[in-house]
Write a protein that binds this ligand. Structure first.
Ligand code: BES
Ligand code: ZN
Ligand code: ZN
Length: 500
């Protein structure tokens, strides 16, 4: 990636340019009558394959046909017509791009049977999302060109489809930005490098602003969590604050992201095998940055503020130690029992700042926080905790709507008790045992979500925590992704925030 999102245009004509893409229903495998401009031999070949039952249009099945007089086609399965919802179309679109080889060329024309604008848009979205590879560090392939697709639709659908595809392309640019940030190797992706990328980004938009709180300022402000995690690295920590439409008044959504650009574990060093994967430990901050890009580029007019807590967790002579007690921005102290439980330390300052310097309608944090969450949910669903049941349901549903699963997890008083019974500090960063590690982490974060006011009976700010340790990378069953960072939850957040 690190370039333009794949071009998907529409046409209300019937001509075919390049390879014909034919999405078909299982049990309804037939060539639509409207298809014109296909070489006769290819047309009869498709008809013969379909009539003989040689292609079963099960979800995501594909078959490529090349006519003897030229012309090529790819058949792609949507599954049974009754079950083919927007998710099936999105996956089929992604499958087409994943299956494209040299033989298919760079131009595709998609012709649907009986469908509607949301399904066609999802198919286009799937193509755009899947058309990504991280090749910045590879030698350029000389004859590599960009894939482009055209969708043939009726005149009646053209205006609505074109607007919907433009919006999907803007949102895909946010997903791809998140993936670019996540895939970037950790020698080039360090806290201040992320901050500089954010500052560069903000220059494109009149309504976007980025503020960077550097190491010196973080120390001055008393951001003890961020400073403790980041001080052992020669690449110092920082906090990056993104504001979109800052001139809008009133309460607004607030996002917070864990941004550990590399997590060695610190003095509580991780085992060597697979440690390279800890470059994805800034996935939460990438989700937040990608969401801001998706909102800005799709023209969202409401106010949104996002905070990313950036640090590199290194073992060093000046690193924090297990046993240290640190004072966070909130004034609460933490007994650091394991330096590898660092995400919660940087987030303690980010959450506190989010709730005290701003007036959030709600706060959502994203973090590759615990291995325990991967044990619980694998790579299939994000862990989702909230202090408000209705809000948790809204996020769960927003995720379901866009095909990004976030699974409700419990925020129990017993876990809070476990994380606040340090003998010498207000909180401890490690549970008493290893059980329920994703839940104890969430319960710890809750201690740093401020109340709405200083009144004794004031409510805590509505807050949700999303543990993306399993879903931000390594998600082999995610059809939108070939490899590496997934960019998950940019689309969930756009759905939650805009309602569209
Ligand atoms: N970044 C890790 C969590 C993680 C693990 C993310 C696997 C992605 C894949 C986090 O900082 C961490 O190390 N957590 C510890 C917490 C423990 C020491 C309480 C863990 O999960 O083991
Ligand atoms: Zn860690
Ligand atoms: Zn970590």
């Amino acid at each position: 990636m690190l370039g333009e999102t794949m071009q998907v245009t529409i046409s209300s004509g019937n001509n075919i340019n390049g390879t014909l893409i034919l999405p078909l229903f299982e049990g309804g495998e037939a060539l639509p009558e409207i298809v014109e401009g296909i070489p006769t031999a290819l047309k009869s070949q498709i008809n013969r394959v379909l009539a003989d039952g040689d292609f079963k249009a099960k979800a995501n099945a594909t078959m490529t046909l090349a006519g003897t007089e030229g012309g090529k086609a790819m058949l792609v399965g949507l599954g049974k017509a009754g079950k083919a919802d927007t998710h099936a179309y999105r996956e089929a679109g992604a499958t087409v791009v994943a299956s494209c080889k040299k033989v298919h060329g760079n131009e595709l024309t998609v012709v649907f049977h009986n469908t509607d604008v949301p399904c066609m848009t999802s198919f286009a979205e799937g193509m755009m999302l899947r058309d990504y590879s991280y090749d910045l560090y590879k030698k350029k392939d000389e004859d590599e060109t960009n894939l482009a697709a055209r969708i043939n639709c009726s005149e009646g659908d053209a205006t609505a489809l074109s607007a919907a595809i433009d919006r999907a392309a803007s949102i895909a640019s946010g997903v791809h930005l998140s993936r670019d940030l996540g895939n970037c190797p950790p020698n080039d992706m360090y806290p201040m490098a992320f901050a500089e990328k954010a500052e560069q980004w903000a220059k494109q938009y009149d309504n976007a602003k980025v503020e960077v709180i550097d190491y010196e300022a973080a120390k001055r402000h008393g951001m003890g969590g961020l400073v403790a995690v980041g001080m052992g690295s020669s690449r110092k920590p920082c906090m990056v604050i993104f504001t979109l439409n800052g001139d809008q008044k009133g309460q607004h959504p607030m996002l917070v992201g864990k941004g550990i650009t590399f997590d060695t574990g610190g003095i509580s060093l991780k085992p060597g095998a697979g440690m390279d994967e800890m470059k994805y430990d800034m996935g939460g901050s990438a989700t937040v940055f990608g969401t801001m890009e998706a909102l800005a580029s799709s023209g969202y007019a409401g106010k949104v503020v996002a905070i990313t807590c950036m640090a590199e967790n290194m073992p060093a002579a000046n690193a924090q130690r297990p046993g240290d007690v640190i004072t966070t921005l909130s004034g609460k102290t933490i007994e650091v029992l394991n330096t590898d439980a660092e995400g919660r330390l940087v987030l303690s300052d980010g959450l506190w700042k989010a709730g005290t310097d701003y007036d959030p309608e709600y706060i959502v944090d994203f973090a590759t926080l615990t291995g325990a969450c991967v044990v619980a949910l694998g790579h299939e669903a994000t862990g989702l905790w909230s202090n408000d049941d209705d809000f948790r349901t809204r996020i769960h549903e927003a995720g379901n709507d866009v095909g990004e699963l976030a699974w409700p997890m419990p925020l129990l008083p017993a876990f809070e008790k476990e994380m606040t019974d340090s003998k010498i500090a207000d909180t401890r960063n490690l549970g008493a045992g290893r059980w329920g590690g994703a839940n104890t982490a969430a319960a710890f974060l809750k201690q740093f979500v401020p109340n709405r006011s200083d009144d004794e009976d004031a409510e805590q700010i509505t807050w949700a925590h999303m543990d993306i340790a399993g879903t931000y990378w390594g998600a082999k069953s995610n059809k939108m992704v070939g490899h590496g960072a997934t960019g998950i939850h940019v689309r969930t957040m756009v759905r939650l925030i805009t309602g569209e």
